[in-house]
Design a protein around this ligand. Sequence first.
Ligand code: CTP
Ligand code: MN
Ligand code: MN
Ligand code: MN
Length: 388
Amino acid sequence: VEPSPTVPVFTLNAYGCQRRTPLLHHNNVLTDALLVLAENAEFNEDEGRSVAFKRAASVLKALPHTVRGMEELQGLPCLGGHSQRVIKEILEEGKSREVEATLQSQQFQAMKALTGIFGVGVKTADRWFREGLRQPSDVVDTGQKLNHTQEAGIRYYEDLNTPVTRAEADAIGQIVEEAVQAVLPGATITLTGGFRRGKPTGHDVDFLITHPEEGKEENLMPKVVSWLDDRGLLLYQKTTRNSYLEAKDGPARPPHNMDRFERCFSIFRLDRPHRRPEQQPQAGGECQAQVGGTLLGQGSEESRDWKAVRVDLVVTPASQFAFALLGWTGSQLFERELRRWAVHEKHMSLSSHALYDSTQNRYLRGSTEEEIFTHLGLEFVPPSERNA
Ligand code: CTP
Ligand code: MN
Ligand code: MN
Ligand code: MN
């Protein structure tokens, strides 16, 4: 179909990493709907379908105007037939029956609630759903066998499903900064993930830790973790040591999306700001983590002056910092699109450690994100425009 001359045709590049995607955009009604279908596809372990809906939503996020008619979509990439049907129905009827039915479905609601438990993935949630479980309390009531991560996920379920604010992220940042300076003076921390993209809230707080002198950062994580733990600041932590050098699959080709940095997935015990300063406990007065007595029993809001917050810490050598920063800033779709662009358009392989050029058979150095975009033949996209 030829584009009608009266409709202004706005075109977009095909890869999410070639576009600027701001946090706030003009098509939330459509993108929210498509992302419900993407999430549902994930629950059904249909990754291809899920990515297709996410790519369609991402294109709409990059549009500078609100879509009001199907003719405005002419020439836009990544809008498959299924996505177009959903968009058309919403534009014409105000809502999509498929999306409404998904939101109402017991399976979607249960999978959402169960995968909302830290440490519970789609496979476990799906097994539980088929056994008749619908919500976290069913997991406790039926006495499911849980690993330590899932136990923490259940215990702090409410807190961990309450968005982390920017103020809380900054407060965590001060604590991490203090810990890092105490165990390795000169080391630096960088806030990454969604907060670096300008999100006002997040599901966790992500930090990169490095030291300007290569090698100084080795085995830093256990020391940081001990410092935090000694002060009762950690409710849960799982540290994984660096496995980059022993990797057999080549540094730029980690399996899946996982990188091999020394990392720590943790839950911090963050003191809440006290509304009445006169009632604030004396500094240093408490150092034991007060753990909720029963599973799922976090106590009433009034009885607790702290909040459980998910924090990801990653230690990186200085030479890999720019790659790690690019890899951990996200969004997840933006990262996926960067790697797809690298492979398919540039015969390169990008990871959070390195960029390998298969044509020249060598690694390309990058000490800033800008350099990496240049190597990839892409225009630089600032973090605030990586909300693909
Ligand atoms: N990431 C990664 N390896 C992991 C987990 C995450 O490389 N094991 C990357 C993701 O690809 C993403 C970034 O780290 O680019 C941040 O991930 P995450 O915290 O899950 O998402 P955010 O974008 O920060 O969103 P949120 O606000 O929900 O935390
Ligand atoms: Mn389809
Ligand atoms: Mn995050
Ligand atoms: Mn994270």
